[in-house]
Design a protein around this ligand. Structure first.
Ligand code: CA
Length: 330
């Protein structure tokens, strides 16, 4: 058993646990809490760890005012009763938020491994119960065929459905801290045979047709690309922002008819169908020359991306998300 004691009783709403060898074995466990240092323990959660991550997994527990929290491991899939926990965090009503007015806890469905996979876990984006921070220049996470460094959550492959069978809603407030000339994708929907059906960008590039469209001047165009049923992409300019500004994003996918709203402006289009689609969000830095929009270096070559970002003076790329919600018929 592992028992944590707080200085005083606090409201506990979520408990995050990082399991030793958590990427190769599952742990069956229970979580208990009590308001003082003696008396009866109340069970506030029981579950099995995902078995696919050594990072913190967040468990939505029965809300309770607790001074002591106890994690009791039942067994693990390696057949041992050893409890192997590398890190624990408690989240509650009084957690430090990322700034005023952020009311919503990050939904556990995003972070508990049941629906989303995390791409880039060092550092983990969950910095407190209400805030996700995506820093791809730090994670330097790459995938084959990618066009830059990622730090994103994506719907896991076992949960993917046809676009026309999917209903989902996502919303978040994005605060974007970006060096001049940066270009990043903050949310997207992929298909299995069609690469992307929807992409929301925040970019300081020369790409034409937006509110600014001037490369490397510190004014970022927020825009969306939606791929229609005819296979053609429709670009819609949503707003311009500066580094450090925030904007609200909502995405509604109504069985293939997508409505993207950012900065209060919307674009709606029925997109192509695809048999296994998945929504992603976070911060996917594009390795591109902001003037020519040519991709730097060899595709998938992380060293060339590092050189590229350095050449263009791109040293900051942080997306701070608050007021995050996601619901779907998955
Ligand atoms: Ca610009």
């Amino acid at each position: 058993n592992l028992t944590l004691q707080l200085d005083e009783a606090k409201d506990v709403k979520e408990v995050a646990v990082a399991w030793g060898q958590g990427d190769s074995r599952t742990h069956t466990f229970e979580i208990y809490a009590r308001p003082g240092t003696s008396g009866t323990w109340t069970k506030i959660h029981d579950s099995v760890s995902s078995g696919n991550s050594t990072d913190l997994e967040v468990y939505d527990v029965t809300d309770i005012s607790a001074k002591q929290v106890r994690i009791k491991a039942q067994s693990n899939s390696a057949g041992s009763e050893w409890m192997n926990v590398t890190e624990v965090k408690l989240y509650g009503a009084n957690s430090a938020g990322g700034g005023g007015g952020n009311d919503a806890d990050i939904p556990s469905i995003i972070t508990d491994g049941s629906l989303f996979d995390l791409e880039g876990d060092s550092p983990h984006p969950l910095v407190d119960s209400k805030t996700l921070e995506f820093v791809p220049l730090t994670t330097q996470y790459t995938t084959s065929g990618g066009g830059g460094w990622r730090h994103e959550y994506k719907i896991k492959s076992s949960e993917r459905k046809a676009m026309y069978d999917t209903y989902e809603e996502f919303s978040a407030t994005y605060k974007m801290d970006l060096s001049n000339g940066a270009k990043t994708i903050v949310a997207q929907t992929h298909g299995s045979t069609i690469s992307t059906l929807m992409k929301i960008f925040d970019a300081d590039s020369s790409e034409s047709g937006f509110g600014d469209s001037v490369a490397n001047n510190g004014i970022f165009d927020v825009y969306v690309r939606l791929r229609g049923t005819d296979g053609n992409e429709v670009k819609t300019s949503l707003c311009t922002i500066s580094s450090g500004d925030s904007f609200d994003v909502t995405m509604v996918n109504n069985y293939g008819t997508m409505t993207i709203t950012a900065c209060g402006k919307s674009a709606t289009l029925k997109v192509e169908d695809d048999e296994a689609t998945y929504f992603k969000f976070g911060n996917y830095m594009q390795s591109q020359d902001p003037y020519t929009r040519e991709e730097c270096g060899t595709r998938g070559d992380s060293d060339s991306w590092a050189e590229c970002f350095e050449d263009f003076g791109i040293t900051t790329s942080k997306a701070t998300l608050t007021n995050v919600s996601y619901s779907s018929n998955h």
